[in-house]
Design a binder for this molecule. Structure first.
Ligand code: PMP
Ligand code: GLN
Length: 395
């Protein structure tokens, strides 16, 4: 018996940075701009529908929903996907509801990857990617995103081409991208699509920030699945958490061609089986809200991004422009920082604010050592106070 009962392949994964930093915020009474969760509730119609379903479940809403999700939510997901992305889906065979995007990502990878298959993804990556790939016994092939001269993140075409090979099983793409706030351009997506088809791989796209692309982004968000030749090989994943400010509900979904959705579901049924029965009808209501909800939410987040970006710049950081998501990254070098982990661990003591070091989201950690991430999905007054506190850093 070894002293650590955890299987060997998971030992490199400690407590997630989000858990560590949120605990640090609580312990030090700091403003938490680390973990990405809003500090206000989502649309009233959605909250009311959930309360109603819990109260009036009549023995159904509070019991197991069907494995693929309740029909009303699957229909709403299909309608939403046609309305915003012109992607028609059959709600009976091409849609599955999951326990957040996290379960959809894990189930997709576990369903599609044999041991030693390779997954091409971009670093910094959302932390569950590395863990899910490892759980599947697969191998990640990360391509590094680096800030260019204008501060926007990009990647080297040669590096992406080199990442694809005979063992590549799928490409896992997150756009709009956490933590960089990057929205992949049409040219970048075309290259990914070309390589994916050349190497005959699947694609899994994480689009949880699909509605958070700011009006000054270089280009609009385009789902990879909508590119020629990609629909039949792509599982598209999203979640209610970010769009409707309900990260604790963990209602996500995946859409795609029936064989891929079926494969994901066959794994998913042994992970959670189902979840969030009474929340499913409420998310169906939210997905059907008028366009003004979606644009209004984006505008609100954009104003908060601007507010925080100005505060960070004033405090002395070099800020990488964010085109979408809940997040903005900043370079700590001008403030004398050299290591984001140390910087973030000391930040509460220095000024009562918590951020997340992005280097933990890289295999090539040196590429992100000087970068940290701030979440701006917080009330204006909270961002104001954080900006005020951060000015102490320069003094
Ligand atoms: N992907 C990305 C890029 C995220 O930022 C997050 C965090 N919400 C998730 C997936 C997980 O989503 P969920 O909470 O719906 O599982
Ligand atoms: N997605 C959120 C973030 O990036 C947090 C998710 C989590 O805590 N696992 O901050």
């Amino acid at each position: 018996m070894t002293t650590d009962p955890l299987v060997e392949r998971m030992r490199p994964f400690g407590t997630t940075i989000f858990t560590e930093m949120s605990a640090l915020a609580v312990r030090t009474g700091s403003i938490n701009l680390g973990q990405g969760f809003p500090d206000t509730d989502g649309p009233a119609e959605m909250l009311e529908a959930a309360a109603r379903a819990v109260r009036e479940g009549a023995g159904l809403a509070n019991q197991y929903p069907p494995l693929p999700g309740i029909p009303a939510l699957r229909a709403a997901i299909a309608d939403h996907e046609r309305r915003f992305w012109s992607l028609p889906r059959d709600p009976d065979t091409e849609v599955v509801v999951t326990a957040g995007a996290t379960e959809a990502i894990a189930a997709a990878i576990l369903a599609l990857c044999e041991r030693d298959d390779e997954v091409v993804t971009f670093e910094p990556y959302y932390d569950s990617y590395a863990a899910s790939i490892t759980l599947a016994g697969a191998v990640r092939r990360p391509v590094t995103l680096r800030p260019g001269p204008d501060g926007r993140y990009g990647f080297d075409e040669g590096e992406l081409r080199a990442a694809f090979g005979p063992r590549t099983r799928l490409v896992l793409l997150n756009s709009p991208h956490n933590p960089t706030g990057k929205v992949f351009t049409a040219a970048e997506l075309a290259l990914i699509a070309e390589l994916s088809q050349e190497h005959n791989t699947y694609a899994v796209t994480d689009e949880v920030y699909e509605h958070l692309v700011f009006t000054d982004a270089a280009e609009p968000h385009v789902p990879l699945a909508s590119l020629p030749g990609m629909r039949e090989r792509t599982l598209r994943i999203s979640s209610a958490g970010k769009t409707f400010s309900c990260t604790g509900w963990k209602v996500g979904w995946a859409t795609g061609p029936a064989p891929l959705v079926s494969a994901l579901m066959r794994v998913k049924q042994f992970l959670t089986f189902v979840n969030a029965g009474p929340l499913q009808p409420a998310v169906a209501v939210a997905l059907g809200l008028p366009d003004t909800y979606f644009t209004g939410f984006r505008d609100q987040l954009q104003a908060r991004r601007d507010h925080l970006t100005a505060g960070l710049t004033e405090a002395g950081f070099t800020v990488q422009p964010s085109e979408g998501t809940y997040f903005v990254t900043a370079d700590i070098t001008p403030l004398g920082g050299t290591d984001g982990i140390t910087f973030c661990r000391e930040l509460p003591e220095r000024c009562g604010v918590v951020a997340v070091p992005t280097q933990v989201f890289y295999d090539h950690q040196e590429a992100g050592r000087h970068l940290i991430r701030f979440a701006f999905c917080k009330r204006e007054s909270v961002i104001d106070e954080a900006a005020q506190r951060l000015t102490k850093l320069g003094s």
